[in-house]
Design a protein around this ligand. Structure first.
Ligand code: FAD
Ligand code: 2HG
Ligand code: ZN
Length: 434
């Protein structure tokens, strides 16, 4: 992101859980801080060494361990790249329950540690539901085996959840057991244009009711996002002849009955068109056209990086209020920066991005703390899916009560009393234990 710069004298690439354990045991005894690193695609600076932390890069722990073709339960090492897992389970007729633009580089251990959301959460739910078990190594080198493969297990506290989304601050995830759903035969993707944000919102409500069980993604982007992609990414074409649309929505359906699913989607689109919710629309005719539609949505982050400096906010907000913030930011910033809004509308997750030629304190002062205050006032979350990392460790109080943060800090002290695991991240500096 050209924003987080770290330095380190040492990068270690353990190949086994035992090596991770020995590294942590040694570092803990010598009070050496470490930063766990997956595919380095995180957007909040979580995998960056801040001063001189030892980097523990998980890329060499990339073995598949078992795959149960009956239940679809996959057990693998944390360093497996998501896209490789996608291909592996695809060969057996399954899909991964999460999908994100960074799939070619991000690792399943990084996904678990950030509790990544992505494009399919609306259908398959969060990793808190899909991860069945974990193996993690604590700061003192203890290996905690929670690598269950069962859907149900109520034997006391379900501690694996502590590691899902804790961004390497409580332990290093070394193995993962994940439930993969069967791959269904019929997938349809529609790229739709809407005249205003209200129509996108209403379309979502209707889609949840009328597409119900086959709805597998509901994403939106505004015309500034589309412009950016068309300007900065090579080979991307606008699927519509007119460039006058204000908003775009991508709706994917996934089901098992091709003609039924297609009919259902077409009937839904027709009624939405008649009701004035959609002004134009295209259904992908084949897999290539579907990929070209996804390229537009998934390419926004890349286009933003190419456009210059970018201030990123990943917010959970009530769907009705979400776009008000984008408009408020445009009023505040005027011509000084481009404000773009897109995201996982089906999950109430806005990606507010502010793009400027270069990082600038005056622009920054117009953005923060306003964005966080506004989000907090509307009872939103300042991190929907990317985590807190370095960027938002000190902002946690906008979304969590002091007592909750205190309890988090007590858990951190219990598991990592010397504060060697990913310091300066997640928890505010005032509560860090070192
Ligand atoms: P890293 O960036 O290497 O690390 C992330 C955090 O996890 C760090 O705090 C690190 O210390 C910790 N960590 C990594 N591995 C381990 C481990 N084995 N044990 C303990 N801690 C560990 N995110 C979404 O949620 N949804 C999206 O749709 C999405 N799309 C993206 C699209 C693009 C183009 C890009 C660049 C990023 C996107 N992201 C998205 C953000 C990012 O890809 C995710 O957060 C991803 O889960 C990070 O995985 P990683 O392996 O790259 O982790
Ligand atoms: C996405 O959904 C990612 O594309 C990146 O989460 C979001 O760039 C962003 O702000
Ligand atoms: Zn996202």
């Amino acid at each position: 992101m050209r924003k987080y710069r770290g330095s380190s004298k040492l990068l270690l690439q353990p190949r086994t859980t035992n090596e991770v354990s020995q590294i942590l045991k040694y570092c803990n005894s010598r009070l050496l801080a470490v930063v766990p690193q997956g595919g380095n695609t995180g957007l909040v600076g979580g995998s960056v060494p801040v001063f001189d932390e030892v980097i523990i890069n998980m890329g060499s722990m990339n073995n598949l361990i078992t795959f149960d073709k009956g239940s679809g339960v996959l057990v693998c090492e944390a360093g497996c790249i998501l896209e490789n897992l996608v291909s592996f389970v695809d060969d057996h007729g399954f899909i991964m329950p999460l999908d994100l633009g960074a799939k070619g580089s991000c690792q399943i251990g990084g996904n678990v540690s950030t509790n990544a959301g992505g494009l399919r959460l609306v259908r398959y739910g969060s990793l808190h539901g899909n991860i069945l078990g974990l193996e993690a190594v604590l700061a003192n080198g203890d290996v905690i085996d929670m690598l269950g493969t069962l859907r149900k297990d109520n034997t006391g506290y379900d501690l694996k959840h502590l590691f899902i989304g804790s961004e390497g601050s409580l332990g290093i995830v070394t193995k993962v057991s994940i439930h993969t759903p069967p791959k269904l035969s019929s997938v349809n993707l529609a790229f739709l244009a809407c005249k205003d944000y209200f129509s996108c919102q209403k379309l979502l409500r209707e889609a949840k009711r009328k597409l119900g069980e086959i709805l597998s993604a509901f994403e939106f982007l505004d015309n500034q996002s589309m412009d950016l992609v068309l300007t900065y990414l090579e080979g991307v074409r606008n699927p519509f002849s007119s460039s006058m649309h204000n908003f775009y929505v991508l709706i994917e359906t996934t089901g098992s009955e091709e003609s039924y699913d297609r009919e259902k989607l077409e009937a839904f689109l027709l009624s939405s068109m008649e009701g004035g919710l959609i002004s134009d629309g295209v259904i992908a005719q084949d897999i290539n056209q579907a990929s070209s539609f996804w390229r537009i949505r998934e390419g926004i982050a890349e286009a933003l990086m190419k456009a210059g400096a970018v201030y990123k906010y990943d917010l959970s907000l009530p769907v009705e209020k979400m776009y008000d913030l984008v408009e408020k930011m445009r009023q505040r910033l005027g011509e000084t920066a481009k404000v773009i809004g897109y995201g996982h509308l089906g999950d109430g997750n806005l990606h507010l991005n502010i793009s400027a030629p270069r990082y600038d304190d005056m622009i920054f002062a117009q953005i923060e703390p306003y964005v966080y205050e506004w989000t907090s006032e509307h009872r939103g979350s300042i991190s929907a899916e990317h985590g807190l990392g370095l960027m938002k460790a000190n902002k946690i109080f906008y979304s969590k009560s002091p007592k909750t943060v205190q309890l988090m800090s007590s858990i951190k002290k219990l598991l990592d009393p010397n504060g060697i695991l990913n310091p300066y991240k997640v928890l505010p500096h005032s509560l860090s234990s070192h």
